[in-house]
Design a protein around this ligand. Structure first.
Ligand code: SF4
Length: 98
């Protein structure tokens, strides 16, 4: 198998464009002092790396670049750790294939 011809996920994500809905993120993290296991899992599973941990040890989300795959929704919405909704019309990811 020739690995030289394979495309990395990061390279494919580069082709997407994202329209930011300023002040109205479609994913919100519940306020917390210590992250739950579900929140910590989001640091690893989000393919767009929207989740990060801040200097205070809390998990934060930056939805710029979110591809709306729903992975975080499956993991952390049932526990109430995040709130997830689709972006408003005209905002969010714009997929480009090329
Ligand atoms: Fe990341 Fe997918 Fe959740 Fe968007 S929907 S923040 S890409 S895991």
């Amino acid at each position: 198998m020739n690995f030289d011809s394979q495309v990395r996920v990061e390279d494919k994500l580069y082709y997407n464009r994202y329209v930011v809905d300023v002040g109205q993120p479609h994913v919100k993290v519940r306020a917390h002092t210590t992250p739950s296991p579900q929140l910590l899992a989001l640091l690893k599973v989000c393919p767009a790396r929207c989740y990060d941990i801040n200097d205070g040890g809390q998990v934060e989300v930056a939805v710029d670049g979110c591809i709306e795959c729903g992975t975080c929704r499956v993991i952390a919405e049932p526990t109430g750790d995040i709130q997830w909704s689709h972006p408003r019309g005209g905002y969010g990811v714009l997929f480009k294939f090329g």
